[in-house]
Design a protein around this ligand. Structure first.
Ligand SMILES: [Zn+2]
Length: 453
């Protein structure tokens, strides 16, 4: 019995499956071409768990490989001749040659602040002149200036702005993204932003995971009374967010001068009680136990982590919390340093990467730019970088059963990149290598441009 397929991407120079060695769901993927790299026996992470340690270097590369799909799902992965032999193409099937190209899973961006109005390009000049992020925030700039612009914008404008940003992300290979609220900071305005995120899901091919980030900053209405605002979040906002089913995750900016560990715990526990999985902005600017809190509450992910303590890293590893690192933010803030990715890997933490796209501290929509920074700024290996932007990023969103690798049964979210080896992906700077993007079995980008059906 042959497997029905209506899409085949074939003859890739490298088919980067990111499937763990020995863990493939499809038997064809275990019989890789002679001389294939990255399929050694060193993988230590069982399927279903994020990759840690040396397993982050396992890319499951198949030379001269193919991937076939039917509808929105992958039905076969393996050496091209084997895939061709085992699938039967429907009359309208699309066959895409990938000779000389790298084929890999769509990128997952697990941390973005995509929904906002206004812009803050003037702030980077202030930073270049030596003003700190917290200094700019304290004088009414930073997040609060975006809050003013976002509150003033009608939902239709926010949707239009965000759809354009999603198109840019898609053209750079991102097929799944997390999107946070957090520029409303009142019950009505936060719900407005979350409904905008829901609308984006309905109007754009990108799969979107919505996060409620009412605790992004203390709004002017609660200046001097952060506990009052925490109560507003737990008693007023969260019940409305949960009852409308507007978010999967609840997030907090746990930082000195923003929300304390105790306040963050109250918010995350309240969210958990209402079915929202916790994640948090932790230990970005000062060490304050955010990583430890992430482990304590069983967060899906703790993000930023420039100042995480060794004990915090160890506890995150034990609790299986993904460390989502955001090098574009360190770059934009001109910190001259990055989170210690190697220390997290050595501690046994799964590491993911994200853009942290936002108007103030990370004007980056491309995961390829993040890959450049992770390779050169954090000294991660190309395989670790790709793992962090695919399967581990999918784990950070608890969607690894659906996306993050090219495996039978997962969504057909596929990038065809105009490079002959994956090593060039993080190495060559400032270039968009994406030729085609296939999202749920549909070609949505070709020649690096958005295809609108
Ligand atoms: Zn953020």
């Amino acid at each position: 019995m042959k497997i029905r397929a209506d899409l085949v991407v074939e003859n890739a120079s490298e088919l980067v499956t990111v499937a763990a060695a020995g863990c493939e769901r499809d038997d064809s993927a275990t019989r890789v071409a002679p001389g294939s790299r990255g399929t050694g026996r060193a993988a230590v992470s069982p399927p279903g768990l994020p990759r840690t340690g040396r397993a982050m270097r396992e890319l499951g590369i198949i030379e001269n490989g193919s991937v076939a799909a039917f509808g929105d799902r992958i039905v076969a992965v393996g050496p091209s001749a084997e895939v061709r032999a085992k699938v039967s193409l429907t009359p309208d099937a699309r066959v895409i040659g990938a000779t000389g190209k790298v084929v890999l899973p769509g990128f997952v961006d697990p941390h973005t602040h995509l929904v906002f109005a206004g812009s803050r390009e003037h702030e980077f000049i202030q930073r270049a002149e030596g003003r700190s992020y917290m200094d700019i925030l304290a004088s009414g700039g930073g997040i609060l200036s975006t809050v003013r612009a976002t509150r003033a914008a009608p939902p239709s404008e926010l949707v239009e702005l965000a759809l354009k940003r999603l198109d840019v992300m898609l053209c750079h290979g991102t097929t799944t993204a997390e999107v946070k609220s957090g520029y409303g900071l009142s019950a009505d305005e936060e719900l407005k932003c979350l409904r905008v995120i829901r609308e984006l899901s309905e109007h754009h091919p990108m799969d979107i995971a919505a996060t409620f980030l009412g605790a992004h900053a203390v709004p002017p209405e609660y200046r001097g009374d952060p506990d009052g605002y925490v109560l507003c979040i737990t008693e007023e906002m969260l019940p409305r967010v949960a009852s409308e089913g507007l978010a999967e995750f609840c997030d907090v900016f746990c930082e000195h001068g923003v929300f304390s560990v105790d306040q963050s715990r109250r918010i995350l526990e309240a969210g958990k009680a209402m079915g929202l999985a916790p994640r948090l902005h932790a230990d970005e600017i000062a060490p304050m136990g955010g990583a430890e809190l992430a482990a304590e509450v069983g967060a899906a992910s703790a993000d930023h982590l420039l100042c995480a303590s060794p004990d915090g890293m160890r506890r995150m590893a034990e609790a299986g919390v993904v460390a989502t690192l955001l090098p574009a933010t360190s770059f934009t803030l001109m910190l001259g340093r990055y989170a210690d990715a190697r220390a997290f890997i050595d501690a046994g933490c799964p590491v993911a990467l994200a853009t942290d796209f936002n108007p103030g501290t990370s004007p980056a929509l491309s995961m390829q730019f993040v890959m450049n920074l992770a390779a050169f700024g954090m000294r991660l290996r190309p395989a670790e970088v790709i793992c962090a932007c695919t399967i581990n990023a999918a784990h950070a969103l608890r969607r690894a059963d659906e996306v993050g690798s090219l495996e039978v049964g997962k969504l057909a979210d596929i990038i065809i990149a105009d490079i002959d080896t994956h090593l060039k992906l993080p190495y060559q700077l400032g270039t968009n290598f994406v030729d085609k993007v296939i999202k749920r079995g549909q070609v949505v980008v070709t020649g690096g441009r958005r295809v609108v059906q």
